[in-house]
Design a protein around this ligand. Structure first.
Ligand code: V47
Length: 366
């Protein structure tokens, strides 16, 4: 028996070690075993085997800027503190000039990506989004625009009265580089019926993502965890993503998003725990064998836990971010941004080698 197996306090993990060591695909039952296990170090050890096989000691980060152009949204999801109707206090919508000013303010910084997410605005014309991309590109021609989740894309297709493929093609022509992974939430129909009945369906989310892949646009994938979902529903979600990735191979990275309850329709729920945050990253690393990267979004789980996650399956801790509203409106106590020095310190202290990447994981030489 290999020495490593002896270290599991949960003997149920032993057959999983055999599979992971043999690079065999884990199944639904294995996913449940991992989620149910109290042996977090055992699960983390397995995830770290995969993480080190793929990336050695490398840990990726990016010099990026987040832009949340508007929170006006017609979906009204129960878990969201960001989205507002136009009449609600706190609703906002940035003019193109404001957006360009935010970009201009940081032109001196070596930003390689601008990450753009907003609500589903009922009135803004399609030209607003095209002009946003074109205008930012004019100011910063080399920047990669990771903009509009699959849910926003489906909404923009309706606004533009075009099909999804033509909508994506028009946005790509205007400067779109890739799609962020939001809007996937949890694919379970039970949860969507309860928390976000108006939202684009799981099949729709996957269809937009895969249409983007076929057009040469890479996209991210997420799962919002820590609210009312079961372990079965988490595993189902991850395996559906794995299946879609088998078909098109266009997902860049998976990011588990930790639910923040404050100011949401689920305010009575507790915040996620460190144990569950690490568990979700580790299980994702183990089940999503066809995803190159697993990202810990420090904005949602805090810089210290994001650092620890580098030993629990994650190989990426996102980036500088600078200004984020979706999680902060839901009570996040994390900073609005982190400096490069801070990110480097976190990575090095975790025993990893920092690698600055661009959105597509090309290495940016230091
Ligand atoms: O889809 C909404 C989530 C997502 C809450 O691709 C919440 O790298 C926690 O797209 N608590 C949008 N999460 C954000 C998004 C994203 C975020 C980070 C990285 C990437 C990436 C993309 O934010 C939504 C929803 O799942 N969200 N409300 C909340 N209260």
């Amino acid at each position: 028996m290999p020495e490593a197996q002896l270290n599991f306090t949960d003997r149920e993990l032993e057959p999983l070690y055999e599979k992971v060591a043999a690079q065999e695909r884990l199944n639904h039952a294995n996913g449940l075993t991992l989620y149910r296990s109290a042996d977090l170090l055992g699960v983390g050890f397995l995830a770290d085997l995969v993480r080190r096989r793929l990336h050695g000691r490398k840990a990726y980060y990016i010099y990026n800027q987040h832009l949340n152009y508007s929170n006006i949204c017609v979906n009204g999801c129960k878990f969201c503190a960001f989205g507002k109707t136009a009449a609600e206090p706190g609703a906002y919508e940035m003019s193109l000039e404001e957006i360009f000013r935010k970009v201009e303010e940081r032109l001196a910084e070596p930003i390689s990506e601008i990450h753009i997410v907003g609500g589903l605005h009922p009135d803004l014309p399609f030209s607003y989004y095209l002009d946003m991309l074109r205008g930012i590109k004019a100011l910063r021609p080399a920047v990669h625009l990771q903009a509009f989740t699959a849910v926003e894309i489906a909404h923009l297709a309706e606004v533009a009265t075009m099909n999804v493929a033509d909508t994506l093609a028009a946005l790509k022509e205007a400067g779109l580089g890739s799609l962020p992974g939001g809007g996937a939430e949890v694919f379970s129909p039970r949860i969507r019926g309860d928390l976000c009945p108006k939202k684009l369906s799981p099949a729709g989310w996957l269809e937009v993502s895969q249409t983007a892949h076929r057009l040469g646009l890479r996209t991210n994938a997420t799962m919002l965890y820590g609210h009312v979902e079961t372990n079965e529903e988490r595993v189902d979600h991850l395996l559906r993503l794995r299946e879609a990735q088998d078909e098109t191979g266009g997902f860049l990275t998976f990011i588990p998003l930790a639910f923040h309850p404050q100011n949401t329709g689920l305010e009575d729920l507790p915040e996620t725990t460190g144990f569950d945050d690490l568990k979700n990253l580790a299980v994702a690393r183990l089940l999503l064998d066809n995803f190159d990267h697993i990202k810990a979004f420090w904005i949602m789980i805090g810089p210290k836990l994001a650092q620890l996650s580098l030993a629990f399956g994650a190989d990426d801790i996102d980036g500088t971010v600078m200004e984020e509203r979706i999680t902060h409106m839901a009570g996040a106590q994390t900073p609005m941004g982190l400096s490069r020095q801070h990110l480097l310190h976190l990575i090095r202290e975790a025993g990893c080698d920092p690698v600055e990447r661009d959105t597509l994981y090309n290495v940016i030489p230091s």
